[in-house]
Design a protein around this ligand. Structure first.
Ligand code: MIG
Length: 767
């Protein structure tokens, strides 16, 4: 540790408190567990002044963003610099509500009928952090827990599971554990990130409205206080700590088609591609679920089902314009004639039973063993295995079943696993299993291809966003799951994961044409835009129903391609700021109490507000518009903000609003995202005054990190546009730029030397 870092580190009441930066403070107490973080790869140290005052009982640490008061008994109270309480320890005793309502006899009766009792005596936990609950505080974050945006009144577990029953809003845990929470009380924000991968629990006033708490079964006391003037700043501090999502390849923002079952034969996948082409549905990738493999063996390909061989098949698909993404499961088939199993066994690369032999459970391939991803050697090995796929031309890896899932009961908690350089029981690395698998996959693909890896994972921990895209797992074709898609993706974004999506149309159960259409509308700006469904359910390709369904579906997928440059700009912006692409309204309007609980609208960046219909048979809806002036995307009608309006939303209408004077880059509709650099770009100005910065690069590799990118600055004043190339590091820049304001169209041509000049005459070939 450097001298100045030492000076920002304090030992108070048995805890080590480290001021990493003015808005990031680490609280740590060693309880004998491994202390290296899985979530944080680079600590964002910043040299800063901390003023310290001590009186008899309390030590006060003050930075430019946070004030901490730590007393002798270890209470940690957090304030902002103007004295607002952000997170103050609760000094009372825990008292679950309703506990005294039922005596022992009634308890038995209730249980006898099969009901579970809500109120339980407080569980003793190794770690408990308990805070006063303000009557006006809202809670966000925690990744993609089901239910509503504001977590107040609910409780959750952090323990990764494969959960296939229909999810309810009270489901405590699913596939991911992202133990970060944000509290917002009258606009005053704070974040708490508990960097403890052991099983843990959050309760936001469900047990008792007087307090909220975090508890963990084991591990060190290890958490971060995140401060900032606004919720955005606090979220930015969280992502500064756990890392940003690197720019994705541009095509990954295109539409993707999937279904468990397609990959049963080359002919079936081909037929899907032909269906997309025939019905003119733009699409960039088709996903191959488990059936392409040979007996569900990872890194194999079934020759019988693909008679021309995988290489020729992948190439043929590519010629048609479709990339392939293949699934890889965590469980490796136990088969002495299978090289991945044999190698892994020889090198002790699998999770071990008590006698040191590979632990066996059942997954798709039957008996299966589980790579010990906490071991860096295993990660390198698994990373190299990706070459099997990348050499064939496969465009991405979709990691599934990595909670890990198993059919023959869960993995015993005390199996032998590796945590970097030590041996630990399975339960201590359980929640980072998918995280480590994603990391191995990302690094392997990056090494093999030099391109930006496209990895999708179901299980994740805090920080997995550096390696992988996520989807919310096995939802159902039911309206509540469409409704929750919005808060789930918004909370994922706040929790550091901008690249996320849900299975469009719903995975399990049978979709209906209306649900499918509303889903493809609602998900228009969901960064991962993939239709996926379960084997045996009703088919949900866009053409599986009637003409109307197909027509509307196509209309929205085509519209999606218009917005890809805008989405790509937001990913470039995310890399700089850590802010998500899809956002809850409250992130942009943290002082607006009305925005705190909006579950059926979301924003995209700062400029677009989406108010999808997520209720069956609804044909008009109420839209809450936050402060400012809003333009209806469909008819340019202007609305003042800070009010609810009623809009018509027939089946083919997604209510969409653009902030007045926003400038949106407007892409071309193509069947696939073009590999060649775009020769022109259009900017739509939703007003007559505004400015934007637009990003461009080659969309596929890491050259942008060496400066090979362009930044365009478009400014419009009283309807007059100017275009400047602010940074010209990527040689092919746009030859033509069109700016369309509400007063008319202005055209520019590249004149060399980073200059754009106005073109007077009509351009002949506008897309
Ligand atoms: O439990 O590979 O969430 O997307 O289609 C089934 C088959 C295993 C679960 C994934 C789903 C995928 C399915 N998998």
């Amino acid at each position: 540790m450097l001298d100045w870092q030492q000076q920002q580190t304090f030992s108070i009441s048995g805890m080590i408190i480290t001021v990493i930066s003015p808005g990031i403070i680490h609280v740590f107490q060693d309880r004998g567990y491994p202390s290296h973080s899985k979530a944080i790869t680079t600590v964002p140290w910043e040299k800063t002044t901390v003023s310290v005052t001590r009186d008899k009982e309390v030590t006060e640490l003050r930075t430019a963003k946070l004030v901490l008061k730590v007393d002798e008994s270890g209470h940690v109270d957090v304030y902002d610099v103007t004295g607002n309480a952000l997170a103050v320890d609760y000094r009372g005793k825990r008292a679950p509500q309703g506990l005294d309502e039922v005596d022992r006899e009634h308890r038995k009766l209730i249980a006898g009928e099969g009901h579970s009792l809500g109120a339980q005596a407080p569980q003793e936990a190794a770690i408990t952090v308990i805070k006063q609950l303000s009557p006006t505080a809202h809670f966000y974050g925690l990744g993609d827990k089901t239910g509503y945006l504001d977590k107040r009144g609910y409780a959750y577990d952090n323990w990764n599971v494969d959960f296939s029953a229909p999810q309810l809003e009270i489901q405590p845990n699913l596939y991911k554990s992202i133990p970060v929470m944000f509290s917002l009380d009258h606009g005053c924000p704070v974040g708490l990130f508990f960097d403890n991968p052991n099983r843990s629990h959050f309760d936001f006033g469900r047990e008792n409205p007087a307090y909220y708490y975090y508890s963990a079964d084991e591990g060190n006391l290890d958490y971060y206080l995140l401060g900032g003037a606004t919720l955005k700043e606090v979220v930015a501090n969280y992502t500064r700590l756990t890392g940003h999502t690197p720019l994705p390849q541009k095509w990954t923002l295109g539409y993707q088609q999937s279904r468990w079952g397609y990959s049963r034969s080359a002919a079936e996948v081909m037929a899907v591609a032909d269906g997309l082409t025939k019905h003119k549905i733009p699409c960039d990738a088709i996903h191959l679920d488990i059936d392409y493999m040979d007996g569900y063996r990872d890194f194999t390909w079934n020759q019988r089902k693909y008679p021309e061989g995988p290489r020729a098949f992948v190439a043929a698909m590519k010629r048609k314009g479709y990339r392939l993404v293949t699934i890889i499961d965590a469980g490796v088939k136990k088969d002495e004639r299978y090289s991945v199993y044999k190698e892994g066994k020889e090198r002790h690369y699998f999770i071990r039973d008590h006698d040191g032999s590979p632990y066996v459970n059942t997954v798709w391939p039957g008996d299966a063993v589980f790579p010990d991803f906490g071991n860096p050697g295993v990660r390198r090995w698994w990373g190299q295995k990706q070459r099997f796929l990348t050499d064939l031309g496969v465009a991405g890896t979709w990691n599934d079943m990595n909670e890990p899932a198993s059919f023959n009961g869960p993995l015993p908690l005390d199996l032998e696993c590796t945590d970097e350089d030590t041996t630990v029981p399975q339960r201590q690395v359980h929640n980072v299993y998918g995280h480590n698998m994603s990391r191995a996959t990302y690094e392997g693909i990056k090494d093999a291809t030099g391109k930006r890896p496209f990895v999708i994972t179901r299980a994740a921990y805090a920080g997995t966003q550096k390696y992988s895209t996520v989807w919310t797992g096995d939802n159902r074709s039911i309206w509540p799951h469409l409704q929750w898609a919005i808060p789930q993706l918004c909370n994922l974004g706040l929790s550091g994961f901008p690249f996320c999506g849900t299975d469009i149309g719903g995975f399990a159960s049978d979709t209906t044409p209306e649900l499918l259409v509303r889903w493809v509308e609602a998900a228009l700006f969901s960064p991962l835009y993939r239709n996926h469904s379960e084997l045996g359910t009703r088919h949900q390709e866009p053409w599986a129903f009637d003409d109307q369904t197909l027509r509307i579906y196509r209309q929205y997928v085509r519209l999606r391609y218009r917005f890809i440059p805008y989405l790509y700009d937001l990913f470039a912006y995310h890399q700089e700021t850590g802010l998500p692409v899809m956002r809850p309204v409250i992130l942009n309007y943290p002082d607006d109490e009305r925005a705190a609980n909006v579950n059926d609208e979301y924003m995209v960046g700062d400029d677009i507000l989406v108010a999808p219909v997520v209720v069956k048979a609804q044909r008009r809806r109420l839209v809450y518009l936050p402060a400012g002036v809003w333009i209806d995307f469909w008819n340019n009608r202007e609305y003042a903000g800070n009010q609810d309006i009623v809009v018509d939303a027939p089946l083919d209408c997604l209510p969409l609003f653009v902030r007045k004077n926003a400038i949106i880059p407007w892409g071309c509709v193509t069947m696939h995202v073009a590999a060649a650099p775009d020769k022109q770009m259009k900017f739509r100005v939703f007003g007559n005054d505004g400015a934007t910065t637009h990003y461009q690069d080659n969309g596929c590799d890491f050259q942008y990190q060496k400066g090979e990118y362009n930044l365009y600055r478009v400014t419009v004043t009283a309807g007059q546009a100017t275009v400047k190339l602010k940074h010209h590091g990527y040689r092919p820049c746009y030859q033509k730029i069109t700016v369309e304001t509400m007063m008319g169209i202005q055209r520019f041509r590249y004149a060399g030397q980073d200059q754009y000049v106005v073109v007077k005459e009509e351009a002949e070939d506008e897309e």
